[in-house]
Design a binder for this molecule. Sequence first.
Ligand code: SAH
Ligand code: SF4
Length: 425
Amino acid sequence: MNELDSEAMAGAMSELGYDTAASEEDADVIILNTCTVRDLAEKKALGKIGALKKLKDANRKLVIGVAGCLAQQRGEQLLKRFRHLDFVVGTREIDKIPELVAEAMTRRRQMASLCPRRKIVEPTAYKRLHDVKAFVYVMRGCENFCSYCIVPYVRGPETSRPSSEITDEIKKLADGGYREVCLLGQNVNSYGKGLREKIDFAGLLDKINKINGIERIRFMTSHPKDISDRLIKAVASLDKVCESIHFPLQSGSDKILKLMNRGYTYSDYMEIVGKLKKAVKDIAVSTDIIVGFPGESEEDFRKTAKAFNEIEFSNSFIFKYSPRGGTKAAGLDDDVPLKTKLERNRELLTLQEEISLRKNKEFVGKKLEVLIESPGKKDKNLFTGRTRQNIIALFKPGDFKKGDVAGFIPSSATPAVLSGKLADK
Ligand code: SAH
Ligand code: SF4
């Protein structure tokens, strides 16, 4: 989401006539897009804001703004602490950035634009980082209030975009050569709530599936408590919807899930995974896990490790619990020592590597499909792409080019990459 927001910020600035600078030293304007989901992200942002002071000292005309979740949460404090900042702007006000920049250019005073519930004005331009695949917001905000999570406080209430607005945006992307869209929302399964039209996420997928030129549809994130049979059916039946789903479990222990206010048990989760695996051949299930949540005993953690072996996630993002001021869990004793959090994190990472390697090896010799994205970072003769299961593929492009969808036969596998040859689709 931050990546998409940054693309919108750059888009808004390019409409004002600005282009990307070669370096920070070269820039007339620096906007820092921040995250505050965990303490580490917050610390990094604070460190970076502090470090920008020397650029401001060297060039008084430089305009520095802070955007994103940290700005939304602590904007006024940031202005007081860092006198070299010109403005802070909230998560629902990206469209205001050009105005703030123009104002900062003419008058030296600190400004804050931080309305947390404002109606979002859709960006009129994005400066995209990729040219084959694009992120598209379908909804913003979250009202789930998982006990550990800052997002509902910094991203505001759930707001879905009308389906015609989304399909128009995707049609334009298709005309511009984009082949894959990843639909974004904190909980895409609650798409449609509050809209005048009667539509749910499965209905939206159906509409997008009909757009010519788009070859692949992905989406993030599906909250387990809201996944519907209609959605499972849509993933199974719509040809462009890829066989991969990001489906955050967070913990394998019912006691911890309850403390997290997730609204499902491990067996509810397993039931849905069972349905998904039955309905969609070769579906890849990826997940998010938090280790060291308050009260997580060794026994609770063992349940999470067991879940890895039972479900065999294709990929997982494992986080050490990080208390966030203002959330409900911040009132609980952060009683799992850092050392234990690190050990649990490491154990799950190792387990995931073994599982990913085992699963990737099963693909060797089989014909898959890749969307060709770009030359590889290390060897420019090799190109990268993704399989429908979202695994990175590495191959020589031959007669194929960026944006093509081709057959792909892996000949070797690592936990993260499949290497092989392209073939006709
Ligand atoms: N809306 C998504 C997640 C958004 S935040 C969902 O509900 O799944 C991305 C991930 O960050 C979460 O899934 C969670 O695993 C992690 N996370 C959020 N708050 C955290 C915290 N306080 N400490 C550690 N990890 C956290
Ligand atoms: Fe945070 Fe839960 Fe909302 Fe995801 S669903 S953004 S974890 S509150």
